[in-house]
Design a binder for this molecule. Structure first.
Ligand code: GTP
Ligand code: MG
Length: 206
C-alpha cells in the first residue's frame, strides 16, 4: 500500500469521544513497551507520528490516525504495565475493553507480542477474551531484529505451536521489526486487502 497521507486526528480518554466511526479501523494493542507506537511509525514511514518511549506506559489514551483519508489506525495504551497503581491499571483495562467492544468500525485488532518472549499468560488470556467476544485479531510479533539468524522465525513458530495446545487453529500472524522495517509491508497489504473486501461488501464492520 502506498501511504499518501497519515495524520494524527485526536486522543480520546473514552470510546465515546473517538472520531465518528465512518471508516474502517485497525487498532494496535499489546503489553506496554512491546513496540506498538514504533510499528505505526515504521508502517507510515514517519519518525514521530506516534509517540514512542523507552519507559513503558507512554501511550495512555486512544490515539487515532487517519491514513490516506480512507481508514483509521489506532494506537491503544499498553496493558499489563505493572508500575502503575492497581486502580489506574483497572481504569486502562476498562478503557481498552470498552473501546474494543463498542467501536462499531473496528475491523481488526493487531495483538503485538515481543518475539523474544515465551507465551505470557496476560497475552494468551487477552486473545482468548477476543475470541470469546467475537473480535477478529491477528498476532504481530515485534522486535525480530533483536534475535540473530533464524531465531525470530523459530521463536514465533514455537509460540504458535504452544497456542495449538489450546486453540483449534493458529491466528493470522506477522513477524516484524520496526527498526529494520521487516514485515511492515505485509501488515499494510493485509489492511489493503481487508479494505478492498469491505468495499466490495464481501465482509462487514463488526
Ligand atoms: P507503550 O506506549 O508504553 O504501551 O509502548 P509501545 O508498545 O508503544 O512501545 P514503543 O513503540 O514506545 O517502543 C518501546 C521501546 O522498544 C522503544 O525504546 C523502541 O525504540 C523499542 N522498539 C520498538 N520496536 C522495536 C523494534 O522493532 N526493534 C528494536 N530493536 N527496538 C524496538
Ligand atoms: Mg505507545
Amino acid at each position: 500500500m502506498i501511504i499518501h497521507s497519515a495524520n494524527f486526528v485526536k486522543s480520546s480518554g473514552r470510546w465515546q469521544d473517538c472520531p465518528e466511526p465512518t471508516l474502517p479501523e485497525y487498532a494496535f494493542i499489546g503489553r506496554s513497551n512491546v513496540g506498538k507506537s514504533s510499528l505505526i511509525n515504521a508502517m507510515m514511514n514517519r519518525k514521530d507520528l506516534a509517540k514512542t518511549s523507552q519507559t513503558p506506559g507512554k501511550t495512555q489514551l486512544i490515539n487515532h490516525f487517519l491514513i490516506n483519508e480512507n481508514w483509521f489506525l489506532t494506537d491503544l495504551p499498553g496493558y499489563g504495565y505493572a508500575k502503575v497503581s492497581k486502580s489506574l491499571r483497572k481504569d486502562f483495562e476498562k478503557l481498552i475493553t470498552n473501546y474494543i467492544l463498542n467501536r462499531k468500525n473496528l475491523v481488526n485488532l493487531f495483538v503485538l507480542i515481543d518475539v523474544r518472549h515465551t507465551p505470557q499468560k496476560i497475552d494468551l488470556e487477552f486473545m482468548e477474551w477476543c475470541a470469546e467476544s467475537g473480535i477478529p485479531f491477528s498476532i504481530v510479533f515485534t522486535k525480530a531484529d533483536k534475535l540473530k539468524g533464524m531465531m525470530a522465525e523459530k521463536n514465533a513458530n514455537a509460540y504458535l505451536e504452544k497456542m495449538l495446545e489450546t486453540w483449534d487453529e493458529v491466528p493470522n500472524h506477522f513477524l516484524t521489526s520496526s527498526e529494520k522495517k521487516i514485515g511492515t509491508e505485509d501488515v499494510l497489504r493485509f489492511i489493503e486487502d481487508t479494505n478492498a473486501m469491505l468495499k466490495n461488501n464481501k465482509i462487514q464492520f463488526v
